[in-house]
Ligand binder design. Sequence first.
Ligand code: ACO
Length: 318
Amino acid sequence: MKVIRSVICATGSYLPQKIVTNDDLALRVDTSDEWITQRSGIRKRHMVGEGETTTDLAIHAARAALASGAIDPATIDGIIVATTTPDQVFPSVAVKVQAALGCPPKMAFDIQAVCAGFVYALSTASHFIAASQAKRILVIGAESMSSLLDWNDRTTCVLFGDGAGAVVLEAADGNGDINDRGILSTHLYADGNFASILQTNAHDKIEMQGKDVFKYAVNHMAAIVDEVLQKNNITSDQIDWLIPHQANSRIIQATAEKLNMSMERVVMTVADHANTSAASIPLALDHAARAGKLKPGQLILFEALGAGLSWGALLVRY
Ligand code: ACO
């Protein structure tokens, strides 16, 4: 059966210049490099400088993606930005990116699904392409999570960082089977009954019941990877790369164990980037692509869970 697939034809990313190490944090709050590394795998993170915004990060990442694929901004049919930290309530980051890049006045909007934002955005874009409503969509995950940190709460302020990643999705003909290049299946969930375990408070700062989030992340990721395998009638040894949301190395290891995957097949950037929410997957993807790890035709599994709770996964042939 002929279908329209969405192929990842370019990637890009951007990290702000300022690097904050665990030792830097230990000067500010009662913590240590040893504690942060052991509990989360994080060693450092990038943070926006004075006046630098989520839109700035998104524009840098988008430019890098367009340059890597030699793509003319005039050919972009739509822009979807996954972010929880837009510079303003409105207008969206997406419209500002559109104007900065000189893209035509086609659709542009933001999606807010926190750490699951990028899998939500990529899924949404692929459905627009499958419905022939767009041919080339720029999908960006961009966050300034540092703006949401409570520097009196050592249990959360050590876990997050800022950055952005972008991909260009392009329509391509497929046969409707597992051998097609492009997005092969999308799996999205949310359960608002757990909204209060990870949320912002009255001062717009993160508050989190870390142990509960950890437990649900491990359980939901285990269940969703099973669902992806079953839906596509494949076994985990057919997956070349796991590119998970980068929140905590222990959550990632638990998912890899569930899949029986060795850590050599898991893209890990959490040590250097920390949790950049919706930006973490496209950042990891771009870093793996630029390191020459990803080869056309390889099978990649993306998965993420975050506040909401919201979670999801995608199976993609690169
Ligand atoms: N430095 C030093 N000590 C700390 C720190 C810190 N930064 N933070 C907490 N502690 C102390 C606690 O006060 C506690 O002390 P106590 O035993 O004297 O009471 C001790 O360390 C242990 O704290 P726990 O909360 O039990 O530590 P835990 O092993 O659960 O690790 C963590 C905490 C890292 C937050 C973990 O629960 C986790 O990763 N949860 C997932 C959260 C997450 O990733 N959220 C991101 C958003 S959602 C997502 O992206 C999946």
